[in-house]
Ligand binder design. Structure first.
Ligand code: FAD
Length: 368
């Protein structure tokens, strides 16, 4: 079987990895658009604290986090260890005790069947500040030892490299699709047709564009995220937990004295790839209000990514009924670095005719 995967973000690279590991002949084609979400994503992997209650979305979110241990182990076995992955814990903070009580209850209910979250416990403001030194002094917290962070760039690159080592081919090109005899057919930018038994579209926020010529109205739009990276020269940040205030902003740290503050969620910016004054101000103000100790950090970059945001939170994963040989994976929204590796495995299972680990009927794309 010959499979072409269009788009090599976290989702496409996971599909390619899992297919190649099963001996499938895979070609991955990626245009690397400006604003590719995987290159900008923060990298928080901690589903248990979310306020979102959609059960079908949460099922994938939690499964995605659970899958990380297996994935990291299987990549490590193949010599891929540079993933920016760390089980550094997560710290939910608030100045409002009743808000923390409600969060603790929510988390405890969810982790009843998620031992990977570890032994969740309340921490005092002093302990919270010890764990994340730039933090304000008056914020109590809930510590979740199983929370982790990953560098999406490194993880996607590692999965792609491992796929290539197993025989996959990676090309950088723009692909378009056309309808031919009841099937989708891929066309390269030089006009030549792509031979494939199966086409898997994992094109992120650009998926609607590539699916439209097939007559498919695909409900995914770009949601712009601006995310600021700071360096704290000489400060050892590698083991700081992910910081989750009860807002849409957050912080996380990496090995190179880097602290990341995220992020805007802009639904009406289209594919406008710019750092804006208001975006930068929003993120910095939110970050410094929670962690004033970051005020002297050096701004090293602001990344921009277009999250593939659907009408609902629920990802779209599966075969397009009515068109032979076409599979779509999309709509991972703000949780794609958590869900993507697991969802990629599901898409590979669907492609190979295996029963997917999670019933994908719930996530099926609209039919042609
Ligand atoms: P992408 O990574 O966007 O990849 C799609 C690829 O398809 C691109 O390379 C594009 O060039 C290619 N493509 C499109 N059309 C074509 C074509 N016609 N031909 C060839 N190639 C094509 N998730 C979390 O779990 N935790 C987080 O902390 C987190 N933080 C985030 C913070 C920000 C600021 C942003 C923007 C996102 C964040 N996310 C997070 C979400 C996550 O990054 C995304 O959901 C995920 O990366 C989407 O992956 P994807 O593979 O679907 O799309």
């Amino acid at each position: 079987m010959r499979v072409v995967v269009i788009g090599a973000g976290i989702l496409g690279s996971s599909v390619a990895y899992h297919l190649a590991m099963s001996g499938v002949d895979v070609e991955v084609i990626d245009e690397v658009h400006q604003g590719k979400a995987t290159l900008a994503g923060a990298g928080i992997v901690c589903p248990w604290a979310t306020k979102v209650t959609d059960p079908e979305w949460y099922a994938l979110y939690a499964a995605g986090a659970r899958y990380y241990a297996d994935l990291v182990e299987s990549l490590t076995r193949r010599g891929e260890t540079d993933l920016g992955y760390g089980r550094v814990g997560a710290l939910v903070v608030s100045e409002d005790r009743s808000e923390l009580d409600a969060a603790e209850q929510r988390i405890q209910t969810r982790i009843a069947d998620a031992p990977e979250a570890g032994n969740v416990r309340r921490v005092s403001a002093a302990e919270a500040k010890q764990l994340f030194p730039p933090l304000r002094e008056d914020l109590d917290g809930i510590y979740i030892p199983g929370g982790s962070r990953v560098d999406g760039r490194l993880l996607a690159a590692a999965m792609t490299r491992a796929a290539i080592a197993a025989g996959a081919v990676l090309r950088h090109d723009h692909v378009s699709l056309e309808l031919r005899d009841g099937r989708a057919r891929g066309i390269r930018s030089d006009g030549s047709p792509i031979e494939a038994d199966e086409i898997i579209v994992t094109a992120g926020a650009w998926a609607s564009q590539i699916l439209r010529p097939l007559g498919l109205e695909h409900p995914v739009r770009p949601q712009r995220g601006q995310i600021v990276h700071l360096r704290l020269p000489g400060v050892e940040t590698r083991s700081w937990p992910v910081l989750l205030p009860m807002t849409s902003h957050y912080m996380l740290s990496f090995d190179d004295s880097r602290v990341v503050i995220g992020a805007t969620r802009e639904d009406n910016a289209g594919f406008d790839y710019r750092v804006t004054a208001s975006g930068q101000a929003e993120v910095l103000n939110a970050g410094l209000a929670i962690a004033p100790g970051l005020a002297s950090g050096t701004i090293i970059e602001t990344r921009i990514g277009f999250r593939p945001a659907g009408d609902s939170f629920k990802p779209i994963l599966g075969r397009v009924a009515g068109l032979e040989g076409l599979i779509v994976g999309n709509g991972l929204g703000a949780a794609g670095l958590t869900i993507g590796p697991y969802a990629g495995r599901l898409l590979a299972q669907i492609c190979m005719g295996e029963k997917p680990d999670t019933d994908n009927a719930l996530y099926a794309p609209a039919s042609a």
